[in-house]
Design a protein around this ligand. Structure first.
Ligand SMILES: [Zn+2]
Length: 63
């Protein structure tokens, strides 16, 4: 019987973004747009299961 090694989710979150539905890490960016407070809104689609995720990113820099 083969044992499947599960991803360490905490580690994956530190490494970067992943699909919340299946855990896949290849997410295609559908669009990026500016939002209030120098934030970026990114719409992403999982290449594995097709789930769509919206992320908000803050521009790095001075407060
Ligand atoms: Zn997925």
């Amino acid at each position: 019987m083969t044992e499947r090694v599960e991803n360490n989710k905490a580690l994956d979150q530190q490494r970067g973004l992943q699909c919340s539905a299946c855990g896949h890490q290849r997410l295609r960016v559908i669009y990026t747009r500016a939002a209030k407070g120098s934030k970026l809104v990114r719409r992403r689609e999982c290449r594995n299961c097709g789930a769509r995720i919206t992320t908000w990113e803050r521009t790095a820099g001075c407060e």
